[in-house]
Design a protein around this ligand. Structure first.
Ligand SMILES: Nc1ncnc2c1ncn2[C@@H]1O[C@H](COP(=O)(O)OP(=O)(O)OP(=O)(O)O)[C@@H](O)[C@H]1O
Ligand SMILES: [Mg+2]
Length: 346
């Protein structure tokens, strides 16, 4: 039985449609990420699951129970939102226990649960402090504590790390993932950050304009993107998309003579991931446009015929704008997308 199941979920406000028919099955104990650009409907979907908004159409099941009409408090979920809104006048202990008390859960057991949660989150020595006396990361953990002390089997998080600096984000990512696995929570986690999605998720649901673009585990999303949109959303820098044109020998990169495929019935684009491109003596002639050195690797922008592309080369390369180089890639790393629909071809 799915822990969470959404069927034909829609939400509109007047003319504006934020969610346009979403079907999702989340397995119990899975970490599912809702990923997508700003405005694609991630928060709306989460708010519908939480019961903070009512869907215009569709059903929501949690643990096999139809909760579509139930108020949030009866859905057995906990939530952490982007603005984690701690109570400034309450100390850490009271902030964590706030929800449990509001729900008037039995008093006994409070202290044991509080101890367990604060130990897990490394907050035990901070229980008497107020939020203003905590770092951003500690405040974040208090918000997490409030969610996990509820012992709800389902936890919903909406960009919970967005206020943190890059390093703290990375640490918290690992902590949240470890915590989720340790406690066996079913998690739905919203982010627009693909690295967060890739590193944390069992299953990624990529949304675009209120619809599901692709629903797959991270490795599959990376290796088998369903569309050019999905291909470019995952990976840094994003996958290169190169225009192709017919030639007597087959499809070539526009403006070059390099044949990449047989002619096709529909216009195609070639997709190449920057990390799959290398410099090789027997490669395709290219001209360097810019070079950016990042320590572990170098991002080289180059032109083949009329097409510009980025290559991510390991280490440092002494290249300058205008240099003639040769670039190669394994034909098995070539992706083809229909130019008009954006869908993966073949
Ligand atoms: N209360 C509302 N009334 C009208 N339109 C809304 C309302 N809430 C959201 N929308 C619209 O619905 C769409 C989806 O919004 P949503 O907040 O779900 O996006 P999101 O994917 O969470 O984006 P972000 O990454 O910026 O948080 C947007 O176009 C937004 O303007
Ligand atoms: Mg949002």
């Amino acid at each position: 039985m799915a822990a969470i199941s959404l069927q034909g979920l829609c939400k509109h406000w007047g003319e504006a449609q934020a969610v346009k028919g979403i079907d999702i099955e989340v397995k119990s104990g899975d970490f599912t990420v809702l990923l997508g650009p700003s405005g694609c409907g991630k928060s709306t979907t989460l708010r519908l699951i939480a019961g903070l908004d009512q869907p215009s159409a569709g059903r929501i099941h949690i643990a096999g129970r139809d909760v579509t009409q139930l108020p949030p408090a009866q859905r057995k979920i906990s939530m952490v939102f982007q603005s984690y809104a701690l109570f400034p006048h309450l100390n850490v202990r009271d902030n964590i226990l706030f929800g449990v008390r509001v729900r008037k859960e039995p008093r006994q057991g409070y202290e044991t649960r509080l101890k367990r949660v604060s130990d897990i989150l490394g907050l035990s020595h901070l229980l008497d402090r107020r939020p203003a006396q905590l770092s951003g990361g500690q405040q974040q953990r208090v918000a997490l504590g409030r969610a996990i002390i509820a012992d709800a089997p389902v936890c919903l998080m909406d960009e919970p790390l967005s206020n943190l600096d890059a390093q703290l984000r990375q640490e918290m990512r690992r902590e949240i993932r470890a915590l989720q696995q340790q406690l066996g929570m079913t998690m739905i986690y919203v982010t627009h950050d693909q690295t967060e999605a890739m590193s944390m998720a069992d299953q990624v649901i990529l949304l675009r304009d209120g619809r599901i673009e692709q629903d797959a585990p991270p490795a599959q999303l990376y290796a088998q993107p369903a569309s050019a949109f999905a291909a470019r959303f995952i990976g840094t820098p994003p996958m290169n998309l190169l225009a192709l044109e017919p030639s007597p020998q087959g499809l070539v990169i526009a403006g070059s003579t390099h044949v990449v495929a047989n002619d096709a019935a529909t216009p195609l684009q070639l997709g190449l991931r920057p990390e799959h491109i290398r410099i090789a003596d027997d490669g395709v002639a290219a001209v360097v446009e810019t070079v950016e050195y990042f320590g572990a690797d170098t991002i080289v922008a180059a032109r083949i015929g009329q097409a510009s592309l980025l290559a991510r080369l390991p280490g440092q390369h002494r290249l300058r704008a205008g240099d003639a180089i040769r670039l190669a890639w394994d034909p098995r790393d070539q992706y083809f997308f229909e130019r008009d629909s954006g869908l993966r071809h073949g």
